[in-house]
Design a protein around this ligand. Structure first.
Ligand code: THU
Length: 134
C-alpha cells in the first residue's frame, strides 16, 4: 500500500484540473502485481472529464489486467476524499475485494474495503446472467 500511495502521489502532479483546481492522483494494483497510475483529466465541455481512479483502472485493463486488488487515491483535502460513486462502480467491476487507501498531502490516511464503500453493488454477473438466458 505504501508503494501504491507513492505512485498516486507522484502522478497527482500531472492532474489536468484547470476548471476545478482539485488535483487527484490514483494508483491501482493488478493481480499481476503491477501498478497503474492515473490523474484526473478535465475537459472544457466538463462532462467528458475523467476521474483519476477511472484513468488508472482503464490503463490497467487496457494493459491486460482483469482483476485489481488495491487502489490508492490522494488529494489535498481533509479528511481524505473517497472515490466518487462512478469510480466505486468501475473499481468494483474489476476488484470487488479490493482495499481502498484514501490519503491527503498532509499525511492523513484511511483504508476501507470497497465492499464497505459500495454495499449491495451492481455486478457484471447480473448482465451476464441475462445474456445466458437469451
Ligand atoms: N475527481 C476524481 O478525480 N476522483 C473522484 O473520485 C472525485 C472527483 C475529480 C474530477 C474533477 O476533475 C475534480 O475531481 C472535481 O470534481
Amino acid at each position: 500500500m505504501k508503494e501504491l500511495l507513492e505512485a498516486a502521489r507522484h502522478v497527482r502532479q500531472f492532474a489536468h484540473a484547470p476548471y476545478s483546481t482539485f488535483k487527484v492522483g490514483a494508483a491501482v494494483r493488478g493481480a499481476s502485481g503491477a501498478i497503474y497510475t492515473g490523474c484526473n483529466i478535465e475537459i472544457s465541455s466538463y462532462s467528458h472529464t475523467c476521474c483519476a481512479e477511472r484513468v488508472a483502472v482503464f490503463k490497467a485493463v487496457s494493459e491486460g489486467e482483469t482483476r485489481l486488488v488495491a487502489c490508492a487515491v490522494i488529494t489535498d483535502v481533509s479528511p481524505p476524499a473517497p472515490p466518487c460513486g462512478a469510480c466505486r462502480q468501475v473499481l468494483h467491476d474489476f476488484g470487488p475485494d479490493m482495499s481502498v487507501l484514501m490519503a491527503n498531502t498532509a499525511g492523513e490516511q484511511q483504508v476501507m474495503a470497497l465492499r464497505v464503500l459500495l454495499p449491495n453493488a451492481f455486478t457484471p454477473d447480473k448482465v451476464l446472467d441475462v445474456l445466458r438466458r437469451t
